[in-house]
Design a protein around this ligand. Structure first.
Ligand SMILES: [Zn+2]
Length: 210
């Protein structure tokens, strides 16, 4: 089995966390907003060879630096179908750039078609946005969860455009059935061990609310 190493650049201000995944093929998960210098430095310390930037969903705090990073790292952008469509058309209402004073021009984003990429399963986890994804490595028990679920039982908001609380509950329920040891969420801290408990707590909280 190939080794997986995850290097993290934790978000500052509004920015999401960004993860550089060193595996069969190296790739970046999310692009953050305003932390591209740290990301490029972090990546270059490890490798010049980066294949893709995979965006977990369309929100500006995850894609603000996508264009710059794509150019600086010479790596194409990928997102699931509906997220990619919104980013390609520069749909400010659902990307929410103006809400953060950072309107995002239309981005060249490819559709992430694969069910699996570099040993990671691409999981459809709608709820925070309509076509949000998570990436799961069964062998290493790693989950990169975007804004679907965070550490300590927190979950992503569902009151933003295309959000849906029922769908989020279903997504968290499916994630809770996975064997997850470490969790790399889009915001908040990384969980290095026993992450399943954090997801279970999130599910219990959702069931209590709904
Ligand atoms: Zn988000």
């Amino acid at each position: 089995m190939s080794k997986v190493n995850i290097h993290e650049v934790l978000g500052r201000g509004y920015s999401s966390n960004v993860f550089f995944v060193e595996s069969e093929k190296n790739f970046l998960v999310d692009a953050g907003m305003g932390i591209s210098t740290q990301i490029v430095n972090q990546v270059r310390k490890v490798s010049e060879d980066i294949h893709r930037i995979i965006l977990t969903h369309r929100h500006v705090d995850h894609v603000g630096d996508a264009k710059k990073l794509s150019q600086d790292l010479n790596a194409p952008l990928y997102a699931s179908e509906k997220e990619a469509e919104a980013l390609r058309s520069g749909d400010d209402r659902t990307v929410m750039g103006s809400n953060f004073g950072r309107r995002i021009p239309p981005l060249e984003v490819n559709k992430l078609d694969e069910r699996e990429y570099s040993g990671f399963k691409v999981l459809k986890t709608p709820g925070h946005t309509e076509d949000s994804i998570c990436l799961y490595h069964p062998g290493e028990k790693i989950l990169l969860s975007g804004d679907t679920v965070f550490s300590h039982g927190s979950v992503g908001r569902t009151d933003l455009p295309t959000g849906n609380s029922k769908e989020l509950q279903g997504s968290v329920e499916r994630l809770s059935r996975l064997d997850v040891n470490s969790l790399y969420p889009g915001h908040m801290s990384v969980v290095r061990e026993g992450a399943h408990d954090h997801i279970q707590r999130a599910l219990t909280g959702l069931k209590f609310l709904l």
